[in-house]
Write a protein that binds this ligand. Structure first.
Ligand code: KG4
Ligand code: ZN
Length: 335
């Protein structure tokens, strides 16, 4: 055991049950159980998500421990996602983490899910500070100024839908199954991004709005379907490419502005939507134009995973930021 900081981390904020073991900031294991049950409903059903977490949590933690090659008594802390997320889902992870910490007499570390998405960057290649991160997921869209591992400020965010939500809603209008973001990305690769023009919203400072594009695509599709009932099938790739182009343009515009205003050339993306190929291309292009060093976490650390919770837990452990058993999960906590 010696000087090894072995942390068990648990993530259960939405529809992924995940457990990881982190040793001195390196990932020993990272198990993710995705919940298929939501597909047929076109979105995450909170009650079904918490039940699925309850079924998955024990085998997932077990697998993470086995994969890590460590025994329970070699752990020195338990970290878990405390906020934000679906309350029922968070509760499963929080209760499990608390019980485990209490049974093994280990300190408990509460982690903010969005901070963990940013800290996913520090799993392998470590960007220097200050560093700007665009965090884009199914629930959040934020530009974060990072001065240190635990010193982060949200300088801009969406005032309505998250970018991932916008992708998923576009997919739903096109009749694609949930979660539709990756499918929009897939079809967009064969399409023309300039075929259809969707509005680019103009928000103040570094903020975003994605509700306008959703409505405009809805009206556009309704009008086109009157002229050609097969409009979606006939134009699927071009619609996906054009919608993706508009969403990515909005994200990039604010990210470029933030980098110029704050004079920071270390720029990254994090969260589920950072898996989007259009966004990945756009950020590397913007990097060339603006002289950025661009950081994109490995694919498995972009979408929800416990490794990022473990890394956040590691830096909190080093900073002595522990919590006690009275802590409750919080669906909307800011930071
Ligand atoms: O970070 P994440 O796994 O979970 C949340 O914390 O929300 O992000 C999930 C979101 C979903 O909206 C999903 O459609 C979107 O990320 N997403 C994508 C892609 N992969 C995942 N959106 C567009 N293109 C992708 N390739
Ligand atoms: Zn997430």
């Amino acid at each position: 055991m010696g000087n090894y900081i072995n942390i068990l981390a648990i993530e259960s904020s939405c529809d992924e049950t995940s457990a990881a073991v982190i040793q001195n900031g390196k990932v020993l294991s990272n198990i993710i159980a995705t919940q298929k049950v939501h597909e047929r409903y076109g979105g995450v059903v909170p009650e079904l998500a918490s039940r699925a977490h309850m079924q998955h949590i024990v085998p997932v933690v077990d697998a993470a421990l086995i994969d890590s090659g460590l025994k329970k008594n070699e752990l020195i802390a338990v970290a878990f996602t405390q906020a934000p997320g679906l309350i029922g889902s968070l509760m499963v992870g929080a209760c499990f983490a608390k019980s485990m910490a209490q049974a093994l007499k280990l300190p408990l570390i509460a982690v903010h899910h969005m901070q963990a998405h940013v800290l996913a960057h520090f799993i392998d290649e470590k960007p220097p500070f200050p560093f700007i991160c665009l965090t884009v997921s199914g629930g959040h869209t934020q530009i974060i100024l990072c001065r240190d591992f635990l010193n982060m400020t949200v300088i801009g965010e969406t005032i309505d839908d998250a970018a991932g939500e916008a992708f998923d809603k576009v997919a739903k209008m096109l009749g694609l199954p949930y979660p539709g973001g990756p499918l929009v990305d897939k079809y967009a690769r064969q399409g023309d991004p300039l075929k259809f023009k969707f509005p680019i919203s103009e928000m103040k400072e570094y903020n975003f709005s994605f509700s306008g594009i959703k409505t405009s695509i809805l009206y556009f599709l309704q009008a086109q379907k009157k002229l050609n009932p097969n409009f979606i099938d006939d134009n699927l790739a071009d619609i996906c490419a054009s919608a993706q182009y508009a969403i990515v343009s909005m994200l990039m515009k604010k990210l470029v502005k933030a980098s110029i205003d704050y004079n920071i050339q270390h720029v990254g993306i994090a969260g589920g939507v950072s898996a989007n190929s259009g966004l990945r291309n756009a950020i590397s292009e913007a990097g060339k134009v603006n002289g950025w060093k661009v950081y994109i976490p490995k694919f498995e650390y972009c979408t929800d995973n416990a490794a990022m919770i473990g890394i956040a837990g590691y830096y909190k452990y080093l900073a002595g930021e522990f919590t006690d058993l009275t802590i409750s999960p919080a669906p909307r906590a800011s930071w």
